[in-house]
Design a protein around this ligand. Structure first.
Ligand SMILES: NC(=O)c1ccc[n+]([C@@H]2O[C@H](COP(=O)([O-])OP(=O)(O)OC[C@H]3O[C@@H](n4cnc5c(N)ncnc54)[C@H](O)[C@@H]3O)[C@@H](O)[C@H]2O)c1
Ligand SMILES: [Zn+2]
Length: 457
């Protein structure tokens, strides 16, 4: 079974009235892929509406057209979001084409909800409520062949990225590697432990794992811990035996909304953070919100800074909702952007909102400043330079970032060395409006420096 839609079509299946035609185009836009409806392809080819084909040529002929159209569409490139009709999975040929070319998500609905949506629509199979309910029951088992199921757009995006909400106890990995502190706190049975936090992201720890692992190429490594653990174990998985599967089980808020999603993995060098790494998408990310119960206040605040960042990028007050909903919304946002830009060549840059300032302050503090506090300050500067005073106040109220005591010239020099600085031009992610990020190099260096200085005590 496919684990995610990174290198395949995303196929939407489900009973009529589940909302496929409404969600499909929205999903396609979010993932930057074309939307293709198999029904529409049949209509183009026959020159008749689906209802007319049913009526004039009969269901069997419609199904033949549907099978051919599905096979053609699934063989096409670029990868798309493909909507199939409610009965398409009845065909063995279509099921085989989906297995070969798509990650298939069942968009779930109830028979009553579906009837409410489609009765009176004139659809050939939605004219009589009893027959409709009977057909719903008859088709229900067909959808079990889907790779995942979902009830809303965030659910589909999460499934497409391989992100699932489940208990960490259900982790099915050949070898489990965990942050030593997390393993102890949560009584996790492990094959290997790694030092807690950032100390895990070293070449020495990677080498330890490479040398101690005894698994073969069919193995799946499980990584339980914060972003440091998932970055390290993901990197070891990317390199061991030229690449094996891995499952990320993030145990921090940062991990659940950010680090364990999107496939960037790596380690630090004495010369700098994340200097050696790879893109190696986890076959699954298992989010278990109960792991967060033991998180320290400081680690929670680190995560909250990324939550506020996501809320600003989305233009929604995500910081006001409960933790579970926060994690789900932010994880889905990151999953969508990373599916759209898996190799960080474009849109993914917007995830760096506030981070150019944050990295400069972290460097100037000799990395004693926490990432969360640095990001909170960076978001403040980004909102101010975007001319969004209300949002700057939200950052102040929710994250309360106090100015930090670092050397101003050192911070400014670090900012100019940022990897987003191209040919001496400072490129910043700013917000046209909340929910409308963009990369700009039009801000005068003097104003950038002024914004940076305002963050320093
Ligand atoms: N790959 C990516 O896309 C990406 C994105 C963001 C951050 N990162 C990386 O993630 C790292 C930071 O990760 P992080 O902030 O998740 O923290 P972390 O992994 O560094 O852990 C921080 C501390 O929290 C503890 N901890 C972890 N889970 C806990 C729990 N459930 N209960 C109690 N304590 C717990 C750890 O033992 C450690 O002491 C950085 O190295 C950063 O570069 C990567
Ligand atoms: Zn960050």
């Amino acid at each position: 079974m496919a684990a995610h839609a990174l290198d395949r079509h995303l196929a939407l299946v489900g009973f009529m009235g589940a909302g496929k035609s409404t969600l499909g185009p929205l999903l396609a836009e979010r993932l930057g892929r074309p939307f293709i409806s198999v029904d529409e392809v049949v209509e183009e080819r026959t020159g008749e509406s689906v209802a007319e084909v049913f009526e004039r040529r009969g269901e069997a002929e419609f199904r033949r057209h549907e099978e051919d159209a599905a096979a053609d569409v699934l063989a096409r490139r670029p990868l798309g979001v493909v909507e199939l009709g409610g009965g398409a999975l009845g065909s063995e040929r279509t099921r085989a084409a989906l297995t070969a070319h798509a990650f298939t998500v069942h968009l779930e609905t109830s028979p009553d909800e579906a009837w409410e949506r489609v009765s009176g629509s004139g659809r050939p199979l939605a004219r009589d409520p009893d027959a409709f309910h009977a057909l719903f029951e008859e088709r229900r088992p067909l959808y079990d062949s889907a790779d995942a199921s979902a009830t809303d757009i965030d659910g589909v995006v999460l499934a497409a990225a391989g992100v699932h909400f489940a208990s960490h106890r259900e982790l099915a990995a050949t070898a489990v590697i965990a942050d030593a502190h997390v393993a102890e706190l949560h009584g996790i049975e492990v094959t290997h432990t790694v030092p807690r936090g950032e100390a895990a992201k070293t070449l020495a720890e990677a080498e330890q794992l490479w040398r101690r692992l005894t698994v073969d190429r069919t193995a799946t490594l499980g990584a339980v811990g914060g972003g440091s653990t998932t970055d390290l174990v993901g990197f070891v998985s990317a390199t061991y035996l030229r690449g094996i599967d891995w499952i990320a089980v993030p145990s921090t808020l940062v991990g659940q909304v950010d680090a364990a999603i999107g496939g960037k993995v790596g380690i630090d060098l004495p010369e700098g953070k994340n200097l050696v790494g790879a893109f190696h998408w986890p076959s699954r990310t298992v989010i278990d919100p109960t792991l967060l119960e033991t998180l320290s206040e400081e680690e929670r605040r680190n995560g909250l800074a990324e939550v506020v960042k996501t809320g600003l990028l989305l233009g929604e007050p995500v910081w006001e909702i409960g933790t579970y909903a926060q994690v789900r919304t932010c994880a889905a946002y990151k999953a969508g952007i990373c599916l759209r830009d898996p190799f960080d060549l474009g849109d993914r840059a917007q995830l760096n909102l506030g981070h150019t300032f944050a990295h400069a302050l972290e460097a100037a503090s000799g990395y004693t400043l926490s990432h969360g506090r640095a990001v909170a300050l960076g978001l403040l500067a980004a909102c101010r330079l975007s001319g969004l005073e209300d949002e700057a106040r939200v950052v102040e109220n929710v994250l309360g970032p106090d100015p930090v005591a670092v050397d101003r010239d050192t911070a400014w020099a670090a900012l100019q060395r940022d990897k987003k600085v191209v040919g001496g031009e400072i490129r910043l992610v700013l917000l046209e409006l909340p929910g409308r990020p963009g990369v700009t190099s039009e801000i005068e260096p003097a104003r950038v420096r002024e914004a940076l200085d305002a963050l320093i005590a």
